[in-house]
Design a protein around this ligand. Structure first.
Ligand SMILES: [Zn+2]
Length: 342
């Protein structure tokens, strides 16, 4: 009798990688330098498999963005396109198509059951890009394009959790009136882009949830949010796929923002989301990189997410606890629970 090698690909974790080296603007924080430590980090992590990808097609992009927006981006001369400032170069349009394509490779690999989880490590990022405009360093909304693709392939309910330090206004706009998609964003209050108030999207209570947080909210606050908001939200919505906008600018030492997560905090939050995906949707989850403007934080955060896919506890990981005291968010949590009827 032949001895079959026990190799279950469906239990493997995958990643896609595109650093867009030619999408670059001198001195701009959203640069290929953000990926500077990723190669050596990925080499160190055992058992993860890199996915091949092709650029997203026009039809796939059009599920989220208007034709006018897409054509405007294709024709835009190199330079700045908004006050964020968001920039484009000669290659940016093609780079953005490939970033979306890498994200689709990740969602399809997990959606088809060929992989357990995947992480789309791409730039330019996407969560600020609205259906009719690129903005906030973002060109095409990678995670929204992946969510639409999952729906087109038979998913009934998709959940997007966004722990970038900024509100994902583009993702919210893409699904404002789409009952099949739930969106939950944690972000620093009062910073760019100014959207994501606790009372946003009043017609979509219980489905679109925004948690603006005071500066220095960190591991303790996020642990509380995970238990008191995120867990009941996921259990009630019962998604059949979870997508995570992973922005490592919510690390306390990010140069652009002032939230308070540590690398261990990214592990804890990601681990909780993976456990919830295991509970409600056979573990179907992908992570999609958004912001994060310190290369070390990005590398550490990526490692923490991969660790969370395989380990229950954070042992041997980076310890870089925030030096700032945390703020009590109990009142906000109560308001939120009331608003969304938890
Ligand atoms: Zn951000």
């Amino acid at each position: 009798m032949l001895c079959k090698k026990l190799y279950n690909k469906a239990m493997k974790n995958f990643y896609g990688l595109f650093s867009a080296p030619n999408h670059y603007n001198d001195g701009h924080p959203e640069s290929p330098d953000r990926f500077g430590l990723l190669d050596e980090t990925l080499e160190r992590i055992s058992g993860i498999i890199k996915l091949d990808a092709t650029p997203a097609t026009l039809d796939e992009i059009r599920r989220v963005h208007t034709l006018a927006m897409i054509q405007g981006l294709e024709m835009a001369p190199p330079g700045t396109i908004d006050h964020a400032p968001t920039y484009v170069t000669q290659s940016s349009y093609d780079d953005a198509l490939l970033a979306a394509g890498v994200t689709l490779a990740c969602s399809r690999t997990v959606g088809s059951g060929a992989g357990k989880s995947a992480f789309s490590l791409i730039r330019p990022p996407g969560h600020h890009a609205e259906p009719n405009r690129a903005m906030g360093f973002c060109l095409f909304n990678n995670i929204a394009i992946a969510a639409k693709d999952l729906l087109a392939r038979g998913a009934n309910r998709v959940l997007i959790v966004d722990y970038d330090a900024h509100h994902g206004n583009g993702t919210q706009a893409a699904f404002l009136n789409d009952e099949r998609v739930a969106y939950l964003s944690t972000h620093q209050a009062g910073i760019y882009p100014g959207t994501g108030a606790i009372t946003d999207a009043p017609h979509a209570r219980g489905r679109i949830i925004n948690l603006p947080l005071p500066a220095f909210s960190g591991d303790v606050v996020f642990r509380q949010l995970a238990e008191e908001i995120i867990t009941p939200f996921v259990r009630r919505f019962q998604p059949d796929f979870v997508l995570v906008s992973a922005g490592f600018d919510s690390h306390w030492s990010d140069p652009l923002t002032q939230l308070g997560l540590s690398t261990r905090g990214f592990f804890d939050l990601s681990r909780r989301l993976i456990e919830l995906a295991d509970e409600v949707c056979e573990g179907k989850i992908i992570f999609v990189l958004e912001g994060g403007y310190d290369a070390q934080n990005v590398a550490n955060g990526v490692e923490a997410v991969f660790l969370a896919t395989t380990e229950k506890s954070y042992t041997g990981g980076v310890e870089d606890k925030s030096p700032y005291p945390e703020v009590d968010v109990n009142e906000d949590i109560q308001i939120l629970r009331k608003l969304h009827r938890f």
